[in-house]
Design a protein around this ligand. Structure first.
Ligand code: GDP
Length: 510
């Protein structure tokens, strides 16, 4: 094996690309800060150039984000710890932004599930967990806020197990509780990690001894294979705020956190350590820099080594794509990426060529699968106040839809465009960005529709269906037909009346 292939494999094997999933307030931001602090923030490839402002752990460039104190933008934070390079993909915190979050989860190899020790499993954690389960993503559980009044650890383990139908194996055990919480006991290494010395007679040690007997007698041990399959989660206890248990978590990611996984394409599975570079675009961000009109495509490298200046194949269009300025993103910072490996995420500036779900390869005709579009739950007609701006609005809506801010449906009967969103916050973001970035003021009007489903079937049947339902049909951004229904009842009736057609609420793109 040549030195460079060996070096590539070593680099790939030490990548840990993960996301944190949690309910708002469970402590994701605090834990992120602690992780970044424990690891050295790094410059990845040799010849890098810093651009932009100081590093932040929260991407907060957008006005609306600042106003609401939420993180709308997905970004990447890279740090080094224990010989590994960690790419932490930030998922938007607000529940309205689920589509973006889902897509981000298609680009990670594992997830850390943060749970508030007093509240247990909350709604959003469960939803995000379900997405991880769909993709068999291994989950590491971090039970946070053990420094406060918390539920009993056995009860918490039970809750994770029963609510999520997931096996749990405690990896550490808390020493002391609430105000007297002083550290963790590592069940595998049989080591104490304490923030202060405890006398042998300390009641916390007595209690620990009794609990450990129960733990070791009654609870499953960590099993690597079940973890890799997403069927078992190791559980860590800690306090992000007081920096207890954070290194337990990082050490676990180093020792058994999964390296870049194989990714499915329409034709074959691509292994991370294949020599040829492949990448998947999972997010588009427009107007990151108000002075430049370019768009940033966030791509996960799925295999091989990326080098700046490569000529790539853009599989959807079949055209060549010259990779002149791939960039690493560190929240607000950017650096030119000279070199990157499977597992890394790079930003690729472009003028709209790259779309969500696109595959880039060195030459092979491959298409990665698994990046979803979800049927919107809210549909609105866009009302334009200044008719002179109709053309501008059309272009702006297309660009923002390509970015994934909203979904755009053009009714086949020529009526004004309809936008679809999964949560109402997306509508506010659309309105703010149209005004701020394109100078177009809009309002929203209700539509007679409340549901959208992608519809497909053989050609003759589709043509007949389209002819008979034109006023309820629209084309999405890719020109695929979407059936709009006024109610779930109508939807069901239509599907029953057309059993040869397929109506779906998730469209795979790519
Ligand atoms: P996020 O919404 O999940 O990002 O949560 P944050 O990290 O912003 O934390 C929410 C609140 O919980 C903040 O007031 C934090 O200071 C607090 N918090 C986070 N971690 C801990 C912890 O380990 N112990 C305690 N007592 N408070 C915490």
């Amino acid at each position: 094996m040549s030195d460079s292939v060996e070096q590539m494999r070593t680099e790939i094997a030490r990548r840990r690309t993960f996301a944190i999933i949690s309910h708002p307030d469970a402590g994701k931001t605090t834990l992120t800060e602690r992780l970044l602090r424990a690891g050295g923030a790094i410059q990845l490839a040799g010849n890098v150039r810093a651009k932009g402002e100081r590093r932040r752990t929260r991407s907060d460039w957008m006005g609306i984000e600042r106003e609401r104190g939420i993180s709308v933008v997905t970004s990447v934070m890279t740090f080094e710890y224990g010989g590994c390079i960690f790419n932490l993909l930030d998922t938007p915190g607000h529940e309205d932004f689920s589509e973006d979050t889902y897509r981000t989860l298609t680009a990670v190899d594992s997830a850390v599930m943060v749970i508030d020790a007093a509240k247990g499993i909350e709604e959003r954690t469960r939803k995000l967990f379900e997405i991880c389960r769909l993709r068999d993503i291994p989950i590491i559980t971090f039970i946070n806020k053990m420094d406060r009044e918390a539920q009993d650890p056995f009860a918490l383990l039970d809750e994770v197990g029963s609510t999520l139908a997931l096996d749990t194996a405690p990896a550490t055990w808390p020493v002391g509780r609430a105000a007297t919480f002083v550290g963790t006991y590592d069940l595998r290494a049989r080591e104490m990690h304490l923030t202060q010395e405890l006398a042998q007679s300390d009641p916390r040690l007595q209690a620990l001894g009794e609990e450990l007997e129960l733990v070791q007698g009654a609870l499953p041990e960590f099993d690597r294979e079940s973890f890799d399959a997403g069927a078992l989660t190791p559980v860590f206890f800690g306090s992000a705020m007081r920096e207890i248990g954070v290194l337990d978590l990082l050490d676990a990611l180093v020792s058994f956190g999964p390296p870049p996984r194989a990714q499915a394409t329409e034709t074959r599975e691509v292994k991370a350590d294949e020599a040829a570079m492949t990448a998947l675009v999972f997010k588009i961000q427009a107007n990151m820099d108000p002075n430049h009109r370019d768009r940033m495509a966030f791509a996960r490298i799925c295999s091989g080594r990326l080098q700046r200046g490569m000529r790539l194949r853009h599989v959807r269009t079949g055209k060549q794509f010259a990779l002149h300025t791939p960039q690493f993103f560190f929240a607000r910072d950017r650096q030119l990426a000279e070199e990157a490996f499977a597992g890394d995420v790079v930003g690729i500036p472009n003028h709209g060529t790259l779309r969500i779900g696109d595959t880039l390869t060195e030459s092979e005709d491959l298409r990665f699968t698994g990046v979803p579009h979800f049927a919107p739950e809210i549909l609105r007609r866009v009302r334009l106040d200044d008719a002179m701006k109709a053309k501008k609005l059309r272009q702006a809506l297309t660009e923002l839809a390509e970015e994934g801010v909203v979904q755009l449906f053009r009714p086949q009967d020529g009526a004004p465009p309809i936008v679809g969103v999964v949560g109402t916050l997306q509508l506010d973001v659309l309105q703010a960005r149209l005004a701020g970035e394109y100078g177009v003021a809009i309002g929203f009007e209700s539509t007679p529709f409340s549901l959208a489903r992608w519809v497909s079937g053989d050609r003759g049947r589709m043509e007949a269906f389209i002819a008979g339902n034109r006023s309820a049909l629209a084309d999405d951004l890719d020109g695929d037909p979407v059936f709009l229904a006024s109610s779930a009842f109508m939807m069901r009736r239509t599907a029953e009346a057309n059993p040869q057609l397929t109506f779906v609420d998730i469209k795979q793109i790519g």
